[in-house]
Design a protein around this ligand. Structure first.
Ligand code: 13P
Length: 249
């Protein structure tokens, strides 16, 4: 049974591409036949946000990959939600594992960013996920619940939030979580939402999976009851992204 939650497929381009290659990708997406029941968002590097928003078809959303926790000020190198919105961009990815583990962002900072982005009117793709050693130590649930709590403490309107479960060991490794592994964590997260937020939010919030999603594995992953879409890295830079968008077609 398919849920009433609109399937959501995000592309995270990370720090890749240039105007030529991203322009070619944008042309591919604009001219592709995309399932119009799926919500699609592309996460562009900061310097290409305006370029992506200006060139992508209006049916495709754009996301920033990060932002700071206040609107303006002496924070060299940072960007704010109000600037993102000024480029016509509607979404921001926050708490990505690379922000957490390469750049040392804490749960507390991510929570503050989530609060400010939502207050500023952006939609938030909020990322969580355990490391390999945490999974092997049996602490996956503990880790993702704590990360989710730090996000949930900062959310008033869940309709603007998509939760992305991205196990760190599956990101960029080609080691995709099995459909059963993904479903198990997504189901537990939805139970956590029911117990700690509300039943209505648990039923309506999109929980998407990220980590080595490809055209070849997306259909089986996307057919799991609690997998409401994907956050795609490497494959979002290829024409294959169209097949992932159409996973439920
Ligand atoms: P890959 O799809 O390249 O594994 O990256 C996943 C990811 O980090 C998306 O945010």
């Amino acid at each position: 049974i398919m849920s009433s939650r609109t399937f959501f497929v995000g592309g995270n381009w990370k720090m890749n591409g240039d105007k030529k290659s991203l322009g070619d990708l944008i042309t591919t997406l604009n001219t592709a036949s995309l399932n119009d029941e799926t919500e699609v968002v592309c996460g562009a590097p900061t310097v290409y946000l305006d370029f992506a928003r200006s060139n992508l078809d209006a049916r495709i959303g754009v996301a920033a990959q990060n932002c700071y926790k206040v609107a303006k000020g002496a924070f060299t190198g940072e960007i704010s939600p109000v600037m993102i919105k000024d480029c016509g961009v509607e979404w921001v990815i926050l708490g990505h594992s690379e922000r957490r583990h390469v750049f040392g962002e804490s749960d507390e900072l991510i929570g503050q960013k989530v609060a400010h982005a939502l207050e500023s009117g952006l939609g938030v793709i909020a990322c969580i996920g355990e490391k390999l050693e945490e999974r092997e130590a049996g602490t996956t649930e503990e880790v993702v619940y704590a990360q989710t709590q730090a996000i949930a403490d900062n959310v008033k309107d869940w309709s603007k939030v998509v939760l992305a479960y991205e196990p760190v060991w599956a990101i960029g490794t080609g080691k995709t979580a099995s459909p059963e592994q993904a479903q198990e964590v997504h189901e537990k997260l939805r139970e956590w939402m029911k117990a700690n937020v509300s039943e209505a939010v648990a039923d309506s919030v999109r929980i998407i999976y990220g980590g080595s999603v490809t055209g070849a594995n997306c259909k089986e992953l996307g057919s799991q009851n609690d997998v409401d879409g994907f956050l795609v890295g490497g494959a979002s830079l290829k024409p294959e992204f169209v097949d992932i968008i159409n996973a439920r077609a």
